[in-house]
Design a protein around this ligand. Sequence first.
Ligand SMILES: [Zn+2]
Length: 350
Amino acid sequence: MISSPARTFATSAKLIIAALFGAGLATGEALAQQAGPTPGSAKAIFGAVKLPSEGPPQSIGFYAKGCLAGAVALPTDGPTWQAMRLSRNRRWGRPEMISLLERLSRDAAKYDGWPGLLVGDISQPRGGPMFNGHASHQIGLDADVWLTPMPSHTMTAAERETLPFTTMLAKNKFLTIDDKVWTDSRARLLMQAASYPEVERIFVNPAIKKKMCDTWTGDRTNLGKLRPEYGHDSHFHIRIKCPVGSVGCTPQAPVAAGDGCDKTLAWWFTPEPWAKPTPKPGAKPPAKPREVMVSDLPKTCQAVLNAPAIASAKAATYGIKAAGAAGATDVEPVSGPATGNTPPSVIPQQ
Ligand SMILES: [Zn+2]
């Protein structure tokens, strides 16, 4: 989930959007302004699927161009987490991602003074591109976690839809943390998340990264995993590596050595990342990027779409046996054509 950089910086939204297109990771702020996904696009098709495919988990393709087979759901509630925005139906991921979130929630509660996680978007039931909010999150290995602690009560579905985001940034200042909001517990939470070997990157706002660089006095070995990005001022984004042996999952280059508190961070505090691209005189305006179609994704993704669905969201909820288990509040996801009745087809083992 991406909060609005336009709000954050009180700058022209257009200017920010122009910058975001270069960011790869980030956001569909521009697309969020349209009423719905273009019919027939990969976003429309993957966004309409309600349930994951049967079979073993497979992350297919790249974080920002791929899909997910055999996904499992984060239970909507656990002792130390609550899943947010349930209507979006994006609490699906690889089992490795879900178990990492649960582990982080327990460790943060035990060691970091953080009572529990509010978990935002992970992936759609079969991954793939999303209509709004993200360029990545397509293969079940990315998850957003709020920088707001879990409240002591179990929130209703309605509360989970409407709880506002809280930015860590000071209003009316450029890329500056609001010290009235920021806490050491947030710093500890981030470093706890970065401590796990399977976590490769954590995206945070550049101001948060700078705060960590300036104030973190503990072991800095994993500080380099915190990567400055647009947005990410009210949540952070955890990305894990392609799990060992997952054929078909395209890894990302490892992060550079060092803590990242260097000129790559300083760049974010220059005008360059926020400047509107200046077209060359006489040059044509850049063409609007073409919609991504299913055929643009790895071939296996069509088979993932065609594959039979698991019986129910509950049956595919991580750690919960299908028979009458508690804890998987079945919230009817946004409607769309079901794919559960499509003819069986074998997903090739890429
Ligand atoms: Zn994210």
